[in-house]
Design a binder for this molecule. Structure first.
Ligand code: UDX
Length: 471
């Protein structure tokens, strides 16, 4: 079996490495037009940071896993072609800011049509707005040269930072295909690949459209949980309840479950916002504005949460951060990744810079270039944005610390040492609830967490309310 994957990004690269590892008798070729990205996969400094990935790639690369810019060659040799190209949110024309930009999918389909010289199975791996399989099929059908193509949907549910484990032990593998004999046969071929390491009962097969839609809905539900708990975090702060206690109590209900209930400064990443915007765009297209409005609120709440965090910082710092140094700890959208797409840190830094703060960022994995690019835009410089080489340097002389990414190293910093090097009062805003607030308050910090009771309400006796609502 010869497998090609068009797109060497955070889905294509790790997924193909896993297939190559588990199917040593297959040849797996990852192709991408971006020569810098391919060079990085080839020479060992992988373009994405993912725990365990380097070891996996090292084992298969050169044996049955190759990376190259020869897209035409990859297509020609392959029996199965995975399409794992970018589907960013459209930034122009109809649907700008919401619809998925499908030009990379279309150009992949056209390249397959142009270069294929035998029958192929095409597998959609990219997250797509639905009915995209139809688009690929139509383009291929119009250019068949007598060849037969079967298009399958096989959405990827891996999360960044845990990609290797998610690929090794997926909750489920979803494969959608046409309900025709040829379609069923193609589905079975793909099932047999995953069945090399995934228990058969975890491999679900369905029709194309249900498969495509399931991916958008899974991400929408996950993001909805975060926005739900984040909305409650605001209520907790107002009423001196503790959001982690609330999350723990509700999560013990097996119908709700404990995962994805961690209140935060707001969720980021390349998928959640994009997929919800996509879903709402679809709903509107199908004449369902109420459904679209329902899901739009998930994104609205997430945006509000990011800005609420910075507003709180400014308010606490006596309503002005102008000229004050603020240390921003973490820039990646979550720990264990160098990905910054839609990271809450971007909004936090932008809001603080707009208020003329001196923003000093430290992230263990994100480069200074990426921080500057995301915050200021390409080629723009702002002397009020600086990058530190470690957390201590970032915090030295800062009026406040804002923890934006939950990197483990921020849990064990020497906060007493940091406190000693800050002007007083020294503030700490924990956007991830990872530090022990009681301990840092004992050191002397004015510290607050997301959805945590403010210090003042802890010191005072809580007012007792009679059941008629009066004190
Ligand atoms: C997500 C989905 O989890 C994955 O199944 C899909 O394939 C791609 O999108 P990813 O974007 O890599 O994966 O990250 P995820 O772990 O889901 O986190 C997304 C964001 O939500 C991060 O910013 C994270 O910090 C935040 N988050 C997550 C919370 O704020 N609270 C939580 O309880 C969980």
């Amino acid at each position: 079996m010869n497998i090609a994957c068009i797109g060497a990004g955070s889905v294509g690269g790790p997924t193909m490495a896993m297939i190559a590892l588990k199917c040593p008798d297959f040849q797996v070729h990852v192709v991408d037009l971006d020569s810098a990205r391919i060079a990085a996969w080839v020479d060992g400094r992988l373009p994405i940071f993912e725990p365990g990935l380097e070891e996996m790639v090292r084992e298969a690369r050169g044996r049955n896993l190759t990376f190259s810019t020869d897209v035409a060659g990859g297509i020609k040799q392959a029996d199965i072609i995975f399409v794992a190209v970018n589907t960013p949110t459209k930034s122009y024309g109809v649907g700008a800011g919401r619809a998925a930009d499908l030009r990379f999918i279309e150009s992949a389909a056209r390249m397959i049509a142009e270069h294929a010289d035998s029958n192929k199975i095409i597998v959609e791996k990219s997250t797509i707005p639905g009915k995209t399989a139809d688009t690929i099929s139509t383009i291929l059908a119009a250019n068949t040269k007598g060849l037969r193509f079967q298009v399958l949907s096989n959405p990827e549910f891996l999360a960044e930072g845990t990609a290797v484990n998610d690929l090794m032990n997926p909750d489920r593998v979803l494969i959608g295909g046409e309900r025709t004999p040829e379609g069923e046969k193609a589905v079975e071929t793909l099932v047999s690949i995953y069945a090399r390491w995934v228990p058969r009962e975890r491999i679900i097969t369905t029709d194309l459209w249900s498969s495509e839609l399931s991916k958008l809905v899974a991400n929408a539900f996950l993001a909805q949980r975060i926005s739900s708990i984040n909305s409650i975090s605001a209520l907790c702060e107002a009423t001196a309840a503790d959001v982690d206690e609330v999350a723990d109590a509700i999560g013990k209900d097996s119908r709700i479950g404990p995962k994805f209930l961690k209140a935060s400064v707001g969720c980021g990443g390349s998928c959640f916002q994009k997929d919800i915007l996509n879903l709402t765009y679809l709903c509107e297209g199908f004449g369902l504005p109420e459904v679209a409005a329902y899901w739009t609120q998930v994104v609205t709440m997430n945006d509000w949460q990011k800005h609420r965090f910075t507003s709180h910082i400014i308010e606490q710092l006596f309503n002005t951060v102008s000229g004050k140094k603020i240390a921003v700890l973490g820039f990646a959208f979550k720990k264990d990744t160098n990905d910054t797409r839609e990271s809450a840190a971007i909004n936090v830094c932008q809001d603080l810079l707009a208020e003329h703060a001196q923003v000093c960022v430290y992230d263990p994995k994100v480069s200074a270039e990426a921080i500057g690019f995301e915050t200021l835009g390409p080629g723009v410089d702002n002397p009020r944005l600086t990058i530190a080489k470690d957390a201590y340097e970032a915090c030295r002389g800062a009026h406040a610390i804002a923890i934006v990414t939950e990197w483990d190293e921020f849990k064990t910093l020497d906060y007493a040492r940091i406190f000693a090097e800050m002007p007083k009062p020294a503030f700490l805003f924990d956007g991830r609830n990872i530090v022990d607030l009681a301990a840092v308050r004992k050191i002397g910090f004015q510290a607050s967490g997301i959805g945590k009771p403010p210090e003042s309400t802890l010191a005072q006796e809580k007012p007792l309310l009679c059941f008629d609502g009066k004190r």
